[in-house]
Ligand binder design. Sequence first.
Ligand code: HEC
Length: 232
Amino acid sequence: MSTWGMIKTVFFTGLTVVFFFIIWIKNPFAPHHEYELPEEAEKIVFDPKAAEEGRELFKQNCASCHSLRYDGIYLMSVTAKPEWEKIEKTQGKPIIEEKDGKIHIRGYFVPRDVYEAVAISDLLGLKASFGKIPPDLSTYYLARGPGYLYQFIMDPQKILPGTTMPKLFFPEFDKEAPEKVAKIVAYMRSVNEPPPGEKAKRTLMGVATIGYFILMGALLWIYRKKIVSQMH
Ligand code: HEC
């Protein structure tokens, strides 16, 4: 290989390595970590069992203002409406869950327009009280990351000065408050986390895709070499 060819090879290999380093290790698109997540909370956030308890805590503490449609959680005032059950079953898609080897329906995913049509007066009521409609929290874990969510739920004013979201947990009075908040974050994480089987499939697909590009690159390179040699 000529010196120039060598330089080019080293340059493009280096570029590829830097690219994958940025995407995989120093991903600028991943949730940032400026918000501290205490060690005890971190253990809970990444524990799938805590997520189950977190779901109940979410229903009790958050569903008066927030929905989480991806997991079939809607405003309490909406689910209390007599027509809701029928709407869920006719317009929604069941969210299936396997628990202790048995399959059961965890909830229903109702399309956004259908939900908002039923919930409109409740949503506007919240807007009148809080200045804006409390957002649906389906994708907030991805958008904000665990540290932000933990800190925000513990003390909304500290993280988002001027927010109308009330502080709901008081460690001064409730020793379990930090644990409860961590469980809620664990739950919000679990909604955005594909189940283990699905995750393995996606990893495999990622590897196969990259493998395909490497193989195609190599084949093209060999082909190009052949053509170039024919031209001489
Ligand atoms: C009494 C109503 C109310 C309750 C209860 C409530 N929230 Fe909120 N929440 C709000 C409002 C209003 C906003 C919008 C605040 C804003 O943007 O200033 C909000 C915003 C949020 C946000 C978005 C913050 C951001 O960065 O934009 C998150 C996350 C959140 N709430 C989580 C929760 C969780 C988790 C619970 C239950 C533990 C909860 N909330 C309970 C009213 C509520």
